[in-house]
Design a protein around this ligand. Structure first.
Ligand SMILES: C[S@@+](CC[C@H](N)C(=O)[O-])C[C@H]1O[C@@H](n2cnc3c(N)ncnc32)[C@H](O)[C@@H]1O
Length: 200
């Protein structure tokens, strides 16, 4: 993990310095709306990688979803969730590198994690999502559509064509279009994606 340019030391120092502009302090509307339409909680195993302070995990937990897992390499992020939601299962807080996780999961939730990785890791991200999901499982969330950030550190943007190339070998594209309910600063600048893991 620490051989990567943006490692645990890097992310921990961003949290300590308060350089955490990605953190909007609550679940974002696209994910809230997606979760809400799933209906009653079931036994699905849900992974939120690069979860940060994990407001999505809090929402799911408070709405009765029993198998929600969060993973992050920065302890601050997980500690913040634990402090806000003391009854969140401690064994579901994974202080771990996404690329070292093991499945299976039914749903992976993406929000400002893909853009936090070095772009050279994107093919490995798509492959690891596919490996972590059961066939038929879904990768759902948001990807920046176009350039973001200064270019020398996260967040890193990208294009639909680029993203399609990473995911097409493993996923069917159920939904892949501009989000209609983004938070204001991201309006028109992010894609809502729902990708279904191919059977083989
Ligand atoms: C830009 S933040 C986004 C946090 C959260 N998803 C949000 O939207 O508030 C990226 C997060 O990914 C974590 N991270 C970076 N690389 C990681 C890796 N390889 N495995 C797990 N977490 C990682 C960082 O520590 C950081 O909390």
């Amino acid at each position: 993990m620490d051989s990567q340019p943006f490692d645990a030391v890097y992310w921990t120092s961003r949290y300590h310095a308060g350089r955490d502009g990605w953190d909007v302090g609550t679940i974002t509307e696209p994910l809230r709306a997606y979760f809400a339409q799933l209906g009653a909680p079931d036994q699905r195993r849900i992974l939120i990688p690069g979860a940060g302070r994990a407001y999505e995990a809090e929402w799911l937990h408070r709405h009765g979803w029993p198998h929600v897992f969060v993973a992050d390499i920065a302890p601050e992020a997980l500690e913040a969730l634990q402090a806000r939601v003391p009854d969140f299962p401690a064994e579901h807080l994974l202080l771990a590198d996404f690329f070292a996780l093991q499945g299976p999961f039914d749903l992976i939730v993406e929000q400002t994690f893909f853009c936090a990785l070095d772009p050279g890791q994107r093919p490995a991200y798509a492959r690891q999502c596919a490996q972590l999901l059961r066939p038929g499982g879904k990768l759902v969330g948001l990807l920046f559509d176009g350039p973001v950030g200064p270019g020398n550190e996260p967040p890193f943007g990208g294009s639909r064509e680029e993203y399609r190339a990473y995911f097409a070998p493993y996923f069917d594209f159920v939904h892949f279009d501009t989000a209609h309910n983004s938070i204001k600063p991201r309006a028109g600048r992010e894609l809502f994606i729902c990708l279904q893991r191919k059977a083989s």
